[in-house]
Write a protein that binds this ligand. Structure first.
Ligand code: COA
Length: 179
């Protein structure tokens, strides 16, 4: 059974991505009873970099990239924390008319496969919805089977291959879903 997480009131409001039963589950007590999603602040940077380094090899963002994203997209950069410890982060923002892009997501390896990534992705899709966006899009390494299966599970479909998308010339899938 999934571990249960409690979120800030914002997430409890009715949303097509967080149904009543899910919210009840999230509210019940567990080792993660204090978990909440909140906006990134610069004091989170050290911990975010730690999660980033343990999550990515060639694609890890440097400090400067996070700082830039936090300045430019402060309303699209969220962390999930429990009892003062950050467990993961997500970054997503509007890129085109009606479209939000997921820029990055990573969960501390110690806390994976517990539903935390799914929860953060739902959270950001909900933010997109509130902004009136209709589509969500992302790029993922064609070889990142875990992430592809994670996004599929969340309703994303691969639309095309982008050849040599990454610096090391690896291919990406562009994946999309309606909001
Ligand atoms: C991808 C990632 C964010 C998923 O986070 P997570 O909290 O472990 O995912 P969840 O527990 O919410 O999983 C939700 C669903 O995704 C799929 N999934 C997650 N991890 C999986 C794995 N290792 N293998 C296969 N499917 C997986 C499953 O369908 C899962 O549902 P289930 O638990 O009911 O089977 C996490 O693995 C991660 O941080 N990876 C490294 C960074 C990364 O690759 N980010 C994406 C870059 S595009």
């Amino acid at each position: 059974m999934k571990l249960k997480l409690r979120l800030v009131d914002e997430l409890r409001s009715s949303s097509p991505f967080v149904d009543a039963r899910a919210v009840d589950e999230l509210r019940s007590s567990s080792p993660f009873a204090e978990a909440r999603v909140r906006k990134f602040t610069f004091s989170d940077l050290k911990r975010i970099l730690e999660i980033e380094k343990s999550s990515f090899t060639t694609d890890a963002y440097p400090k400067s990239r996070f700082a830039k994203l936090a300045k430019k997209h402060s309303d699209g950069f969220f962390v999930i924390e429990n009892a003062g410890k950050i467990l993961g982060y997500i970054i997503g923002y509007k890129t085109k008319k009606n479209q939000g892009d997921l820029d990055s997501i990573a969960i501390d390896p110690k806390y994976r496969k517990l539903g935390i990534g799914k929860l953060l992705l739902r959270y950001i899709l909900n933010q997109f919805k509130k902004k009136g966006l209709r589509h969500a899009s992302l790029e993922v390494r064609a070889k990142n089977k875990t992430a592809i299966s994670f996004y599929r599970d969340m309703g994303f479909k691969a639309k095309r291959v982008i050849k040599e998308f990454y610096r090391d010339k690896a291919d990406a899938y562009q994946m999309e879903r309606a909001i």
